[in-house]
Structures are given as structure tokens and as C-alpha cells.
Design a protein around this ligand. Sequence first.
Ligand code: KG4
Ligand code: ZN
Length: 335
Amino acid sequence: MLTLGIESSCDETSAAVVADGRVVLSDIIASSLDFHKAYGGVVPEIASRKHVEVIDSVIERALKEAGAKPEDIDQIGVTRGPGLIGALLVGTSAAKALAYVWDKPLIPVHHLEGHISANYLQSPELEPPFTCLVVSGGHSHIVRVDGYGKFRILGRTRDDAAGEAFDKVARALGLGYPGGPVIDRTAAEGDRSRIRFPETYFPDSLDFSFSGIKTAVLNYLNNSRARGEDVNVPDVCAAFQFAVVNTLSTNLVAAAKVTGDNKIALAGGVAANSALRAAVHEKAAAAGLEVFCPRPVLCTDNGAMIASAAFYAAGNGRFAGSDMNAVANWSLEAL
Ligand code: KG4
Ligand code: ZN
């Protein structure tokens, strides 16, 4: 069963062909990142225009690399939301057009369901149920994966997403956009113990909050500059990253105690973070939990994860017609 997956919710235009929901035959990713850098974040209008420019060739390359012809494709999955509406519309329009012309079933996929499904591509043996930390530029959720395509949110951020915190702190440090990868690299040269930033936990809750630590970093920078002191950027990165990663990994392991699962997983762009991966492995080993984590290229936005999620959604009978619309704000629990 070959699924074509199409992703265009933010700044990556991606198409992939996946066999049986598990085997990546191709995964073409075109990013418009360079066009957003000057603005310090993704500019929705630029993202939409770049999607329009490249989507046809990205899909063509995905088929070619997989050695598949349109008639070999069994179904088409596409990110319906959440995301930037103009960006989503490009992917959903392309998917609807191909489903119509090729006469294939169309499957609407939730972007975070896609991120979670990247674990099925990485780990052929992984099956639900498991407890998953989904951390991206727009979301920070702890999700119970009850079954394929069946999700319950156990915890969520009350303000900024984890990736958003990385991006804002990197911006304040003049490190550019996106912040996650550069903070990850810079932190490796720093000493986290020289500065202490606050971690936020809520009693009887698995929720997150990252606006406090963001403000604490900004205050630290402003105070240092006011006193005429040099800021040690690697130390700030290391201390900030440690606090965020400690919060994320602590709540994930606490969530597994609540669900009783012995399998935990990571998903989303921030799951590419080396310190997060290390901290989760360390805490999981102490708690006797098995960890699943996609390789970094499958953590950030890609079409293969959408194809995998679509395969399992189709198994649940989730299909759409040509009247399907993109939804900028779509809840994972509404599936
Ligand atoms: O999942 P994703 O590619 O797009 C969204 O759905 O948002 O996540 C992008 C986010 C950005 O905020 C980026 O800074 C963050 O993931 N990110 C990282 C790393 N790589 C990407 N954050 C921390 N460490 C990384 N290595
Ligand atoms: Zn994403």
C-alpha cells in the first residue's frame, strides 16, 4: 500500500511516498527558511508563495525517487491543519487536485498526528499505546496515544511553545532564526551551572509554561548589559536549554506514571534537541521506560510522517472529499 504524503503547514514544502505506513521510499523537503531569516521568523505570505512555486516539483521528485508512477499510488494524505492558513491551502489544494485527477482516496491529517507518526517510521516495532511528548514551534503537548489515530492530551503549554521559547531566546541573543538548532550547538560549549533560570511546574498538572523562563533570560541580558558586563552566550544557552529540557523530560516521565505506559516517545522539531534526547533517555532508564525517538530529519516537518499518519487514519475510515478545507486551528482531540 503506497501513500503519498503532502506537508505545507509552515515553511517546509514536502512530499513523500511511504509503503504500508512504515517504510520511507522518498521524502523530499524544500524549505523557504532562507527567505524568512531576515525577518526573525516565518512570514506567512512568503511561506505561501514559496509553497506555490515548488510544490509541483517536490511531488514529482517524491514519486521519481520512490520509483512510483501515479497509478502505483494507492492514497493521498495531506496536512489539513493546524498551521498557517495560506500555507495549508497550497498543500490541500494540490492534494485535492491529484486525488481528483488520479482518482485516489484523500485523507486529512492533523500535523501533530504526523509528528507522532514519525516514530512509526523510525521504529517498525512500535505500536500504541504509548505516551508521547510533542514539542514543536507551535505546540508543546503530552499526548496519550491510545491507538492509531486516537489521541488524548494530558498536558499542554499554558503560554509559549517550547520551540517558540528557543526561537525567542535565540533572537534576544542575536543568534538568528530558527533558534533551536543554534542554541543546541552553542549550549554544547557552555557551562549550565553558572546561571540558573527558573523551571515552571504546576501542582497536579502535566502542563507547561515557558514565558517565565523567556522573561528571565531577557531580564538577565538586560541587567548584564546595564551593568556593562559581558554576556557569556554559551553559558546562557546551556542554562536556558537545561531548564527547558528538564521541565519537558520531568513531565514526560511523570505522565508515563499516570498512564502506566512503559513506552514513551518524542516528536516534533524540538525533539531533535540533543540535550532533550539525552535527558529523556537518562530519566527513562532510571524509571525503567523504553524510549522511542525519530531521527532528527523525521522530527522536523516532512511529508513522510504525514503519509504514515494517513495510512493509519485510512485504516480508521477517515477520508475526505473535494470539499475538504484547511483548518488553521484544529484540535488533535477532534479527530
Ligand atoms: O516541528 P517543527 O519543524 O515545525 C512546527 O511544527 O512548528 O518545529 C520547529 C521548531 C522551531 O521552533 C525550532 O527552533 C525547533 O523546532 N527546533 C529545535 C531544534 N531543531 C528544531 N529546538 C531545539 N533544538 C533543536 N535541535
Ligand atoms: Zn511541525
